[in-house]
Design a protein around this ligand. Sequence first.
Ligand code: AMP
Length: 307
Amino acid sequence: MSLIAVGTMAFDAIETPFGKTDRIVGGSATYVAYASSYFVQPVHQVSIVGNDFPAEEMNELRSRGVQLEGVEVVPDKKSFFWSGKYHLDMNSRDTLVTDLNVLADFNPRIPDSYQGAAFLMLGNLDPVIQKQVIGQLNPRPKLIVMDTMNFWMDIKMPQLLETLRLTDVLLVNDSEARQLSGEFSIVKAARKILTMGPKYLIIKKGEHGALLFHEKQVFFAPALPLEEVFDPTGAGDTFAGGFIGYLAKTNDISFNNMKTAIIVGSAMASFCVEKFGPERLKDVSKGEIDGRIQEFVDLVSFDIELS
Ligand code: AMP
């Protein structure tokens, strides 16, 4: 089943306790595309870049079945730029710079060839633009997954709530779930968010895994205890790409299959953090992915006899 991925294609400057990068390629849609292309091709990409976005990166994406017809290139402007600094625990970070650049006048037009896609991944992006994309898709995809972040909650909460009403699955981290719902308890927050539109909610908890909520059901997926975490940037988007990529590959959007998709997303995210930027996602093999999924299975399986 085909997939449309919408989001930023960007430059990032990242500082972690283990090192610092100047401008490297990043962006929510870049990570989603690399991760999802292991499971489904083509990935129909929708984004905007300036004249500075590297042609080699575009070619690399193309070689993985990522279609770029929906990526607008603005000749006289710069790509979106984001800079962040991670705290020692690597679970939290401060945003230092957000330069919208080309994103300030992004008005996405979905190519005809993208119509009919069954899966839509709305990567982290202005909620007004996310809504504009949904409005252009006819027929409506069978599953719309939305990612967002505190930045948009701070400045566009009413618009974000409008877009949220049109989606099926929301992905946020725990502090964003609290901000969105106004509830401290994650369970209460989830219950409230599930009345705001999405029927499924995934709350990411960084190195502490992720929770999937649907009606009265809850599923918990751990994160692998990794020896080295180099750069968590893009881990959330990579998780999203693995999650929706697996759902698109299996064409099954049941709660049960979403549990597996969360494990697949977590496995992909565990690769992402091993190097700065999306680099590690470019050289991971099918065998490594399968091996890592098996590690997740081993991590949580145990026998118990209850008397
Ligand atoms: P993640 O670590 O999964 O939250 O994603 C980090 C990526 O999101 C980086 O590569 C950034 O370029 C991108 N990003 C950061 N801030 C924003 C924003 N406000 N809107 C869209 N994308 C963003």
